[in-house]
Write a protein that binds this ligand. Structure first.
Ligand code: SF4
Ligand code: SF4
Ligand code: SF4
Ligand code: FES
Length: 826
């Protein structure tokens, strides 16, 4: 700790604090422009100049100067104020004064400082900038005439996002911020630069001319998309979510968001939202009253009782409280057929981890990952599945020199980071790679074996996964496999990351086990600061697992339910917040199930392709209209708060479950989410003792920062067989979308408006394919046509199609395999 005096006040702060941070801690105001808490010190604007007694004769930027013992600092004096005012006058020499039409008006740092320092006239004269605006893309507008060259956009895009879109170009008066070759912006559209820019130089276009900041009601909630659980601040005007605001004061994400969280909100306001229940009459869905719709559901479910019962498929964007009610409703209906995903992904992965480590959740929290010295990321480039978690990993690598190992079938942004290695394997062979790494640990005597059960069985099974053999079949160099295993074993703190979700259902149990084996053998399991991270696809995937929205004793999982329904052995299907026709693997199976099930109820926000097939459609509400909790991928239970009221007669899932429960004779009557939470906290072991009303801005991590495995049992697990065809299709998540909901949001659609087939340059050249050409994709007896997208990340022979788009019908061809053998032609 360091002692110093600021404006006569004696304070003690951390050794590596800057003067600005020390002043902030002491409640002393110093104006800043280029400073941002989450960025490295920069010192460009000079607005924060202060005087230090020991450095007499010049003013010092407080945001970059570290404190030293005994320092005596003065933050305001006539001279300091004069210099700051001069700095502002210089900034205003060329800066356009278009505040009346600038969307940043009212929250612009330059405007605020001009006001604070009473710069009413300028002693200097200059010509105002007249640079062209960049309006190339629909999400971000750049007007460099307003730029104050603070460098925050350059820094955030490089330091946190790792994209590196911007740089300073030219010199002196001509200096400006530009993209490569000074073209229009074309990037990830995360909007981090929008949130960082202190003036109106970088603005969110969808928000243009929608509201002045003071007209917005701000509501902190949790992003409704992925399991990262970022805090979003809804900016609401006239009962519409007009923007998602930057908030670095609460939550897990330091105000960082990805395109989905920042620009993917417009579906909430969509005109296409369902507003009234629909009932099929004479073959067509017609609007009816809630009473009529619910009576039809009761009749349909009653009819199903003797015809195989009801199968319940839920999405993972319901709140914990809603899951709790759903479980109760399932009990009332006498159904153990309950699941929350289309593949065996959730079930398989959780079973695998239960068997090996005795847990079904991440063992650590995200900030711990930033401190890890080795990070192993399996199957996902987290930039695509959980982009803000990707930013944490980026910072671990760039700021703390963590070594990053990515096991994947395509190259990604991760692979370009310093100290990063991508073990680029043929699709579907991740388990083989992990097994080979486990074999290296044992062979080289690096494995932690104390207290480990079942070691001999594992050792015997690993003979099949000798490094050279796996190297030959996977295409990953043997030395790279050995090196990765050694790095993991040598780590003081390591993180093993697994993404899971609908498009990643293949071999999920095997993958969970193989990752857990490696976690145990490398010493990762149970070690302080190390962790195994299970990152669910949807906002409340972890909550669904915690609340056991999984098949009960003797019950059917999602795939088995669909199979049973397709054979006419399931009386009714109740689909909640999911669009299986679009997103579940094996569309033919879903079609058969919907056609053969005697009665189908869909509860959703939109008339999705699945809803169009239903007998009854119940209009539900979005995350922005809900009160309750989500549990993110670190086990953090966070409050979801309503910002707008629901459209028409839509009801929350909780209300619908309660009403249905009552009609089936059970009393699911609670006074609200707090009461439901109190009840579920008694039923879910990890949630015991947590009080809903005490869940603060940072949420509550159930089980604590470090969740200890209850056992360490290694289990033999079989790897995959390489697909040998010339082309192999893999599917998954595209960075700009999440599930099917983002395909209803203008922001993500503005960047990726339609499905595509991505292929590498080598394949594109061999097939003589140009970007946008229509390609034929044949496999599993199905032929599809998709537009070509050509990039650098796919190895020869591997093609990728995102699974989000109903129109693509990719799930006609993809049936849940790790890789589908396909033919690709023009
Ligand atoms: S939107 Fe994101 S990726 Fe694009 S320039 Fe801004 S910070 Fe960089
Ligand atoms: S565009 Fe904004 S964030 Fe970037 S340097 Fe200019 S003022 Fe700073
Ligand atoms: S989609 Fe995920 S990473 Fe992106 S803002 Fe939402 S919670 Fe965060
Ligand atoms: S805030 Fe310190 S130099 Fe800009």
């Amino acid at each position: 700790m360091v002692n110093l005096t600021i404006d006569g006040k004696k304070i003690t702060v951390k050794k590596n604090a800057t003067i600005y941070e020390a002043a902030q801690e002491a409640g002393i105001h110093i104006p800043v422009l280029c400073y941002a808490k989450k960025l490295l010190p920069y010192g460009a604007c000079r607005v924060c100049l202060v005087e230090v007694e020991q450095m007499k004769g010049r003013l010092i930027p407080s945001c970059t100067t570290p404190v030293t013992e005994g320092m005596v600092v003065t933050t305001t004096s006539d001279e300091i104020q004069k210099v700051r005012k001069t700095v502002l006058e210089f900034l205003l020499v060329n800066h356009v004064v278009d505040c009346p039409v600038c969307d940043k008006g009212g929250e612009c740092d330059l405007q605020d400082l001009t006001y604070e320092f009473e710069v009413v006239k300028n002693r200097f004269e200059g010509v105002k900038f007249d640079l062209p605006k960049d309006e190339v893309n629909p999400l971000i507008e750049r007007n460099m005439n307003r730029c104050v060259l603070c460098g925050k956009c350059v820094r955030v895009c490089d330091e946190i996002v790792a994209y590196g879109s911007y740089s300073f170009i030219n010199r002196g008066f001509e200096t400006k911020i530009a993209t490569a070759f000074d073209r229009g912006l074309n990037c990830e559209f995360c909007g981090q630069c929008v949130s960082m820019c202190p003036v109106g130089a970088i603005l969110p276009r969808p928000f243009k001319f929608k509201a002045r900041p003071w007209q917005l009601k701000e509501v902190d909630s949790v992003c409704g998309y992925c399991g990262n659980g970022c805090t979003v601040t809804l900016g609401v005007k006239d009962n519409k979510v007009e923007t998602i605001r930057f908030n670095d004061k609460t939550g897990v994400n330091d105000g960082n968001l990805c395109i989905r969280g920042r620009f993917g909100y417009s579906y909430v306001n969509s005109e296409e939202r369902l507003q009234k229940p629909l009932l099929r009459k004479d073959g067509a869905l017609v609007e009816v009253s809630w009473n009529e719709a619910l009576e039809a559901v009761v009749a349909g479910f009653n009819g199903a009782k003797n015809a195989g019962g009801v199968g319940i498929l839920s999405g993972a964007r319901l709140t914990n409280e809603e899951f709790h009610l759903l479980k109760k409703l399932a009990g009332t209906l006498g159904s153990t057929n309950l699941d929350h995903s289309g593949g065996e992904c959730y079930k398989g992965l959780t079973e695998g981890l239960q068997e090996t480590l005795g847990l079904t959740a991440s063992t650590g929290t995200f900030p711990q990952v930033e401190e890890c010295d080795v990070i192993l990321s399996i199957r996902s480039d987290f930039y695509e599945t959980h982009p803000v978690f990707g930013m944490v990993i980026n910072q671990a690598v760039k700021r703390n020199e963590a070594q990053l190992i990515v096991v994947a079938d395509k190259k990604g942004k991760f692979g370009t980071l310093p100290h990063a290695a991508t073990l680029l394997a043929k699709p579907g062979l991740e388990v083989n790679i992990l097994n080979a790494m486990a074999a290296v640990l044992i062979e080289e005597g690096l494995a932690v074996t104390e207290g480990v059960e079942n070691l001999d069985a594992l050792k015997a099974s690993l003979a099949e996964y000798a490094v050279d053999k796996v190297a030959a079949e996977s295409g990953v160099a043997a030395e790279a496999l050995r090196k990765a295993a050694r790095q993991l074993a040598a780590a003081k703190k390591s993180a093993i990351l697994l993404a899971y979700g609908l498009p990643y259902s293949a071999n999920s149990k095997e993958l969970g086990i193989a990752a857990a084996n490696l976690s145990i053998l490398s010493g990762n399991a149970g070690r302080e600061g190390s962790g195994l991270y299970l990152c669910g696809e949807k906002a409340n995937s972890q909550g669904a697992i915690d609340l056991q929205v999984l098949p009960g004793q003797g019950g059917l999982g999602a795939q088995a339910m669909l199979a049973a329904a397709g054979e006419g052995k399931l009386g009714a299907l109740y689909v909640i917040g999911e669009d299986p026709l679009t997103s579940y693997p094996d569309r033919a199976k879903v079609e058969a199930a919907l056609a053969k099930a005697k009665f189908v109820v869909v509860q959703d926000l939109f008339l999705s392709p699945t809803a169009e097939q239903a007998d009854v459609v119940l209009p539900a509400v979005s995350f922005a209209e809900k009160d309750g909790t989500f549990t993110n991928a670190e086990r953090r239970i966070q409050r979801v708060r309503p910002g707008v009221t629901r459209p028409g007669e839509a009801r929350s899932d909780a209300e619908i479950f309660t009403a249905l429960g009552a009609l089936f004779g059970s009393t699911l009557s609670y006074t609200g989410p707090a009461a439901i939470f109190a009840d579920l906290a008694q039923a879910v072991p990890g949630y015991a003792g947590i009080d809903f009303t005490a869940i603060g801005a940072q949420g509550v991590v159930w089980g604590g920062e470090q969740l200890a495995p209850t056992r360490k049992k290694v289990v033999p697990v079989a790897g995959g067989k390489p697909v040998t065809s010339a082309f192999q299709l893999v599917t998954g998540s595209a960075l700009y979308h999440s599930g099917t909901m983002s395909t209803r949001a203008k922001g993500p659609l503005a960047v990726i408006p339609e499905p595509y087939l991505e292929l590498g340059r080598e394949d594109a050249a061999a097939l003589k394919v140009a970007e946008g050409d229509l390609l034929k994709l044949k496999g599993n007896g199905v032929e599809l046509q998709l537009k070509a997208k050509i990039g650098n990340r796919l190895p020869k022979g591997v093609v990728f199609a995102p699974y989000h788009f109903a129109s693509a019908g990719i799930n006609r061809l993809y049936r849940g395999e790790a890789a589908v053998s396909v033919e690709v032609s023009k």
